[in-house]
Design a protein. Structure first.
Length: 368
């Protein structure tokens, strides 16, 4: 494609916060480096991104081919084709020199359009199992950026495309200063549910916390919940005499990290990477219906590294109370988790990505 601008980059993302927040973090870093960046997202991603006024957004909805119903497959396929056509129009108009696909089906049509227009694209995978969209795109991609060397599902024949960058995180996470507390006061537990706010956490965890209170464990609960649970949870915690703070989905999560001794969270790659970089011990509860059980793989890996505790959703009632009780009796358990987390950092992620961009630009210049 002629007249490609060496200053313009498109980032394609959508779906959950696990895809969208890294995309925004990457965009902010690239803008700081004087690139002209636009994010192409879907309506789900727009929910997270429209609050940020410093990045230009383009909405382009797509779909995933799922299920065994022929009509659903046909409808999804038509939506993908339309999205590819829309992507071709967008890319032809903007003429970027590079595309970043951040995983998930929302990035798929943009990357396909990039290939048709001969624009190089790079895909990013922060889970420990490559996602379906990225798996299909990998043969066409210039590079795949990965968060962990132990990722599964990558064919050996594509090893020359693999670049270990670490996790793409917000600047405030990479610069986060951990608590100086040695966990000597009441136990402050932060409950996160990911961008979906994990309705089940609001239903199951309060009874566990009530049991802790009855056993004399001094807790303070800071809980993310869905709005419809606000009143019920407030009344429940007041009734049992637990100090609490409730909040719904927010882009200012770092302020809550600063308060926490221990976090209970889903096992999405973005939130767990944030907690590890912030040196906060956490209990990882994988979402049991995540695609290809990728959250289970994430949690198993992180537990083996010593970065977190692992409790499965069907084990909450059985195991969570005893874990909290153990941690409350011996705070050194939390300190040991922090010591393991200190072995990991993602501070170099943006410098590695910048180097990959420089290689592409140098090749373009030398080809002239």
């Amino acid at each position: 494609m002629k007249n490609i601008s060496e200053n313009k980059i498109i980032i394609a993302t959508g779906g959950t916060g696990g895809h969208v927040i890294p995309a925004y973090s990457l965009a902010k870093d690239l803008i700081k480096k004087n690139f002209d960046v636009k994010i192409i997202t879907d309506s789900r991603g727009l929910v997270f991104l429209e609050k940020f006024k410093d990045v230009k957004l383009i909405v382009n909805n797509s779909s995933t081919v799922y299920g065994k119903n022929i009509l659903k497959i046909l409808f999804s396929s038509i939506r993908i084709i339309i999205s590819v056509i829309n992507s071709l129009i967008i890319l032809f108009r903007i003429k970027p020199f590079l595309i970043f696909g951040m995983g998930g089906y929302a990035s798929f049509p943009v990357c396909i359009a990039a290939k048709l227009l001969k624009i190089p694209f790079i895909i990013y995978e922060n889970n420990l199992l490559i996602g379906k969209s990225n798996k299909y795109l990998l043969p066409l991609a210039r590079k795949i950026l990965i968060s962990y060397d132990e990722i599964e599902g990558l064919s050996e024949k594509f090893k020359n495309k693999i670049v270990r960058t670490g996790n793409i995180l917000r600047e405030e996470i990479l610069n986060f200063i951990p608590k100086s507390s040695k966990f000597n006061n009441n136990l402050k537990i932060l409950v996160l549910g990911g961008s979906q706010a994990a309705k089940v956490f609001g239903e199951v965890l309060p009874t566990v916390f009530e049991k802790c209170k009855q056993q004399g464990i001094d807790l303070e609960i800071i809980q993310q919940c869905i709005k419809s649970q606000n009143d019920y949870l407030a009344m429940f915690y007041k009734k049992i005499g637990i100090k609490f703070e409730l909040f719904n989905f927010t882009n200012e999560i770092v302020s809550y990290y600063a308060k926490a001794d221990l976090v209970i969270t889903r096992s999405g790659s973005s939130v767990t990477a944030e907690l590890i970089n912030c040196k906060i011990p956490f209990i990882s509860i994988p979402y049991p219906f995540s695609a290809d059980s990728h959250q289970e793989k994430n949690a198993n890996y992180l537990e083996k590294k010593g970065y977190c505790f692992l409790i499965r959703e069907n084990e909450i009632q059985e195991k969570l109370f005893f874990l909290i009780k153990s941690v409350n009796q011996d705070r050194e358990i939390l300190n040991n988790i922090v010591k393991k987390q200190l072995n990991h950092t993602d501070k170099n992620v943006f410098s590695v990505i910048s180097n990959e961009i420089k290689i592409i630009l140098d090749e373009k210049n030398s080809a002239r």
